[in-house]
Design a protein around this ligand. Structure first.
Ligand code: PMT
Length: 221
């Protein structure tokens, strides 16, 4: 059986992409399938945690024994996460949240016209950063999806968002990142521990990430 490492702990996981509406039939999004976050939610439940999964639109079934909250946009994800933050011990943000959304959402379908079309975008709220500013003892784990300078950007996120741990994946590497069943991650802990992991399934990576969170909690208490 699985070790009950997280018995009595309330874990909130975010997964999947967000969708940012342009008009009633169009949106901006990304290639996140939700597989990484769902694997973490499932593993946390196997490890004895009480798990809430806040998920953007995915094709995956809600995992057994996990409370799943479906959201669409970054704004909805922000509200779902923030409203549960006070009763959460550990937040793991595997979702690929849009950084920008259309500044204006058209009430009816935008009709095509001759020539180009320019969409003005505005920043979405940075959920993890907001959590970092509000945290009162929660463990905050972020992901970093990078295409270059993995370590530099991961450590920057650790600092700027006041995280306890960053799970970095180079999304250009074969077998890592979006959509597939495997990932290659490096874990950066606030206490300086760095752990590069080899190619493994997202299920295995999820277990390693949770074991590392457990080890970190033991190390800092
Ligand atoms: O879903 P899969 O297909 O299995 O793919 C997995 C994955 C590649 C999506 C996952 O492993 C991953 O890297 N997730 C984070 C993707 C991402 O948005 O990274 P980022 O470097 O842009 O964001 C850094 C962190 O800030 C993330 O934890 C993100 O959830 C968070 N964030 C980002 C923007 C925002 N507005 N609010 C946030 O909280």
């Amino acid at each position: 059986g699985d070790p009950p490492l997280f018995r009595g702990k309330r874990v909130l996981v975010t997964a999947g992409p967000t969708r940012e509406r342009l008009d009633p039939v169009r949106y901006f999004s990304n290639y996140s399938s939700g597989k990484m976050g769902y694997a973490i939610a499932e593993a946390a439940a196997r490890f004895g945690a009480s798990v809430t999964l806040v998920s953007g639109p995915t094709a995956l079934p809600s995992p057994d024994g996990v409370e799943t909250v479906a959201v669409e946009s970054a704004e909805e994800m922000y509200e779902a996460v923030l409203s549960r933050f006070a009763e959460t011990d550990i937040v793991i943000k595997a979702a690929a949240v849009a950084d920008y959304r259309p500044k204006y959402v058209a009430a009816s379908k935008i009709k095509k016209q001759p020539g180009g079309y320019v969409v003005e975008m505005e920043r979405t709220v940075d959920i993890l950063k907001a959590l970092g500013e509000r945290k009162t003892g929660q463990i905050l784990v972020g992901f970093a999806a990078e295409t270059d300078n993995l370590e530099q950007y991961a450590l920057k996120k650790l600092e700027e968002k006041r995280l306890d741990m960053v799970v970095a994946n180079n999304v250009t590497e074969e077998g890592a990142g979006f959509a597939g069943d495997t990932n290659i991650v490096t874990i950066f802990r606030r206490d300086g521990v760095v752990r590069p992991l080899p190619l493994m399934t997202k299920r295995e990576a999820a277990e390693e990430i949770l074991k590392e969170i457990h080890a970190y909690i033991e190390a800092i208490r």
